[in-house]
Design a protein around this ligand. Structure first.
Ligand code: HEM
Ligand code: HEM
Ligand SMILES: [Fe+2]
Length: 447
């Protein structure tokens, strides 16, 4: 660790990993409710479990982004953080807000609106925390060296924080409500978070492959411009069938088809950098997560997104298990794996444990990734059957659900593999083991 203030990242990563565990365990419980629907139906109803699952996901991913920023910014800007103190205050606000929101959910207090169920005062708290964050990182960046990586990262973080304002605006009219809701949900994952992803991947590639900064920057500019070009008007793929004007069908379809491009570019970027790189960095696990992230993001977001983004297709698949399949693989590939790559990279440095044993970490990679892939396949099959029976044959929702039991059982099994993988990952980070390097035959003096 080159700069003392990078240490704040450690606290962020710890909290992020704690919420990650809660998130996947919540998912597993929700998956069990699909298998055995009356489980806990009085004490903790499905909608509450689901809220905890999805909210924990978003919060830990954001905490991971904040931690990653605090870790890489001092190195890029070549100076200490403006204020480590403010960074801890920001974390405290977010932790209190999250705990209060969860406590509220458990006793049935929430504001509706998927992903944005937090009570209004928590939303204001998050906004305050975001402002503190922006001040802290902007002051650091302005006073130091400016690189393409930090510029893109900060642009993404500024825009995503500003979009949070639309989480606070909640019109009575349901159509308008959805219009604004997607400004947060879609413009996060398919525009601003993509900038964060490109910047962090760029940083990891810089460190892990040793390719020249200029080469990495050129790729980043292509990725960022294609992401914004496609992603902003691509919001239209959520305005296809919700009562918005008809032009959204073509706008949404065409622009969102282009959204595949930045994800393909990120995948090509990662592989070309590794191919061109001369450096043999010892942290192979971080490289595995970085490459895996770019590939699974391409499939989850790019391919599985493309699958239902054309308006004639979405007319049938909207809101079915096809959507859930895409939601899982895209979030996992793009943002979960990105954060795990960064944590894998930074943790041994923050804890002074390099060189370290990466076997458990890599085991968790394969377990989680194959579990997620299997879950995606089962949900996709469930979704296709559901679409056909419900939307083509006209059976009712619950009749169709009765036909899908086997898929839901298999989803639970896949989810179990993901949870075990996640716990192994967390263990491998909490108990970072040093690599025992065999010194080879030792010459005994005097012989
Ligand atoms: C890191 C891993 C995971 C990620 C990124 C993730 C992400 C998500 C997302 C984004 C949603 C909302 C989906 C939508 O609106 O279409 C969701 C819902 C859900 N997830 Fe996960 N999840 C993960 C792990 C799990 C696991 C291990 C299970 C266990 C079976 C699980 C089961 C569920 C269930 C049952 C729902 C509710 C689906 C519904 O309402 O029909 N998830 N998850
Ligand atoms: C990493 C990037 C992405 C993430 C994390 C993501 C996540 C999600 C999630 C969670 C949903 C369900 C939202 C809900 O209704 O509750 C969704 C819906 C959707 N996504 Fe993505 N997505 C990503 C990229 C893409 C891309 C690139 C495309 C198109 C090429 C796409 C196309 C769609 C479409 C069409 C829907 C609406 C499905 C429906 O009508 O039910 N997504 N996405
Ligand atoms: Fe979208």
């Amino acid at each position: 660790m080159k700069y003392q203030s990078q240490k704040v990242a450690l606290a962020y990563f710890y909290v992020a990993m704690g919420l990650f565990a809660i998130q996947v365990l919540g998912g597993l419980l929700a998956g069990w409710v699909y298998v055995s629907p009356n489980t806990l139906s009085e004490a903790v109803p499905f909608n509450v479990i689901r809220m905890i699952h999805t909210n924990a996901l978003i919060v830990w991913l954001l905490l991971g982004f904040f931690g990653a920023t605090y870790y890489l910014l001092p190195e890029e800007a070549e100076r200490e953080l403006f204020s480590p103190m403010l960074a801890y205050v920001q974390l405290a606000i977010l932790v209190v807000g999250t705990l209060a929101a969860v406590a509220g959910y458990l006793i049935g207090i929430h504001g509706g609106r998927e992903f944005l169920e937090q009570p209004l005062w928590v939303k204001y708290g998050i906004f305050v925390a975001a402002v503190i964050f922006l001040v802290n990182v902007s002051m650091t960046a302005l006073a130091g060296r400016k690189t393409a990586i930090t510029n893109i990262l900060l642009l993404g973080l500024w825009l995503l924080s500003l979009l949070w304002v639309f989480a606070i605006i909640n019109p009575v009219n349901l159509g308008l409500d959805k219009l604004y809701w997607w400004f947060v949900v879609h413009l996060w994952v398919e525009a601003t978070w993509e900038l964060v992803m490109a910047a962090i991947l760029g940083y990891l590639m810089l460190k892990l492959t040793g390719v020249d900064r200029e080469v990495i920057e050129k790729w980043l500019y292509v990725i960022v411009s294609t992401a914004l070009f496609s992603g902003i008007l691509g919001t239209g793929h959520h305005y296809l069938w919700i009562g918005t004007p008809g032009y959204w069908q073509w706008t949404g379809t065409i622009f969102s088809m282009f959204e595949v491009v930045p994800f393909f570019a990120m995948m090509s970027f990662a592989f070309v950098m590794v191919w061109k790189g001369r450096k043999n960095h010892p942290n192979k696990a971080a490289l595995l997560w970085s490459l895996g992230c770019s590939v699974v993001a391409f499939f989850g977001a790019g391919v599985w997104g493309f699958m239902h983004t054309i308006h004639g297709v979405n007319y049938y698949t909207h809101g079915t298990q096809v959507t859930a399949a895409h939601g899982h693989l895209s979030f996992y590939g793009a943002y979960v794996m990105l954060n795990l790559a960064m944590i894998t990279f930074a943790m041994p440095v923050l804890r002074g444990r390099a060189p370290y044993n990466q076997v458990l970490n890599m085991v968790s990679f394969w377990l989680m990734t194959s579990g997620m892939a299997f879950m995606t396949f089962t949900l996709t099959f469930a979704g296709v059957v559901q679409t056909h029976l419900q939307r083509v044959m006209g059976m009712t929702f619950m009749e169709v659900q009765d036909q899908l039991g086997l898929f839901y059982l298999m989803r639970f099994g896949a989810g179990l593999a993901v949870v075990v993988g996640a716990l192994i990952f967390i263990y491998s980070q909490l108990v970072v083991r040093r690599e025992i390097i065999d010194p080879g035959p030792v010459a005994v003096p005097g012989e």
